[in-house]
Write a protein that binds this ligand. Structure first.
Ligand code: FRU
Length: 469
């Protein structure tokens, strides 16, 4: 389809749907959500010329997966966001079934996007091209076209380039599936972003002593953190193991040491980044002061997503809040980006038995819970958080099947920091040792009710909305 006709369809969809979507009571106050249609992965997260840019996988035409566009927001402070013009429209033959996920770099001063052109054929087969687009003086992205064809030895599932600069070279990690249907991460090098040399497979199923570990690895991200190299990736096809790998697809990381020239990445175990119901395809970038920020998709491609009530209002999914990553004792610690503290109103503090706790409005709020002893907290009728002294249980009813489902964290609980928006909870355990991220659809206003016979210390802040310029 031509760019003009796709743009017309997108415009028609936004103009006819945005008022209804904006009036949805489950519309987030301070998270990023699409004006209409379906959002999935964050893309091209970067700090460029003093502004953060977050692009996103977007189907503006329906609450369904399909030929994805790249939507675009930018912000100077991670608090107030500007709606930028549509960045990529899947108009060319090499991206006919979507401008799939990718990253952004600053090249000779220009914001430059590297993304996957996804192509499907009538016989069900597919291919993928890694493509480039550069921002011009009008803030539009001019497409250079494919800079990397499908490498030999892989199926058409090769996608999600994440590119970074080191010394005189650009490096790219790419998610892939090899011909024996094992998920892999490939490493490439380039001097100019246009010509890429394949250096090798640096991680994957049946590699680096890992054993069988998924049929496809999506959305890799490689970066330095505290003198280590961290590879984030999203393996698909891991069978559930007790409390682990319970979502349809996983997001997690390996800590190791990357020898790029030898294409070797000896690494430790895979650790899940999040233990909640909805978290996938995160991407990171670095701030001017060297902080590593992560933003993820608060969603998972599973059947349940289409049963979310926002679909009736023509929009689906949000991004997570931006989080700061540190590496402590070999593990990633995630904390809400410190900028978010500026959304806080006055603090209310309370101490006593959980049963006597005040009922606070948590529709858009932050709650701190300090305790080591059993309690449970109902966040407004759709999601229950329960600490039994050994396990933290997050439970809800699956919207599609109606069956109860549960996610669990085990450890020694000291403190929970829960960031609430009108249809999401991000639960940071012990200052970011683990996180449980979930969408939820409470009775609004969402009232938080504690039960328990033990003392508990609570803090509560109402959070202001993020401004969309
Ligand atoms: C992850 C993903 C990516 C792909 C994109 C398509 O959610 O499947 O691998 O590029 O979404 O929207």
């Amino acid at each position: 389809m031509t760019e003009t006709s796709l743009l017309k369809q997108a415009l028609r969809s936004v103009v006819s749907g945005q008022v209804k979507a904006a009036a949805d009571p489950y519309r987030p106050g301070w998270h990023l959500a699409p004006p209409v249609g379906l959002l999935n992965d964050p893309n091209g997260f970067i700090l460029h010329k003093g502004r953060y840019h977050v692009f996103y996988q977007w189907n503006p035409l329906a609450c369904a997966h399909g030929a994805k566009f790249w939507g675009h927001w930018s912000s100077a402070d991670l608090l107030s966001w500007r709606n930028e013009p549509l960045a990529l429209v899947p108009s060319e033959a090499y991206e006919s079934h979507g401008c799939y996920s990718g990253s952004a770099v600053t090249d000779h001063g220009h914001l430059t996007l590297i993304y996957t052109g996804n192509v499907k054929y009538a016989d069900g087969s597919r291919t993928a091209f890694q493509c480039l687009a550069r921002e011009n003086a009008n803030g539009e992205f001019d497409k250079t076209g494919p800079v990397l064809d499908l490498p030999e030895g892989y199926t058409g599932h090769v996608r999600d380039p994440k590119v970074w600069r080191k010394g005189y070279h650009w490096y790219m990690v790419l998610g892939a599936q090899d011909l024996s249907l094992q998920g892999k991460v490939l490493l490439f090098r380039s001097a100019d972003l246009l010509n890429w040399d394949f250096l090798g497979e640096i991680a994957g199923s049946n590699l680096n002593g890992l054993g069988e570990f998924g049929y496809m690895w999506e959305c890799p991200d490689m970066f330095r953190l505290a003198d280590h190299d961290v590879l984030i990736c999203c393996p698909q096809g891991l069978p559930a193991e007790n409390d682990r790998y319970l979502n349809t697809f996983q997001s997690g990381y390996f800590v190791g040491h990357l020898d790029a020239e030898k294409a070797k990445f000896p690494h430790g175990d895979f650790t899940e980044l999040d233990l909640g119901f909805e978290f996938y395809a995160p991407q990171t970038t670095q701030t001017d002061e060297g902080r590593r920020l992560l933003i993820g998709w608060m969603g998972i491609p599973d059947g349940d997503e289409f049963y979310q009530p926002t679909v009736e209002n023509g929009w689906l999914h949000t991004l997570t809040c931006p989080r700061e990553l540190t590496l402590e004792a070999g593990k990633i610690i995630q904390r809400p980006a410190r900028e978010l503290q500026q959304l806080r109103g006055d603090v209310q503090e309370w101490q006593g038995l959980a049963d006597d706790a005040p009922v606070w409005d948590v529709t858009k709020a932050e709650v701190e819970i300090e305790t080591g002893q059993a309690f449970s907290a109902d966040f407004g009728g759709d999601l229950l958080l329960r600490w039994d002294g050994e396990c933290l249980h997050l439970t809800r009813k699956n919207r599609r099947t109606g069956l109860p489902e549960e996610r669990v964290w085990r450890g020694l609980l000291r403190k929970l920091t829960v960031l609430c928006d009108s249809s999401s909870l991000e639960i940071f355990i012990n200052d970011g040792e683990a996180v449980m991220t979930s969408r939820y659809f409470p009775v609004l206003p969402a009232l938080l009710n504690f039960t328990g016979h033990h003392p508990i210390t609570l803090r509560h802040w109402l959070l202001a909305d993020c401004v969309l310029e």
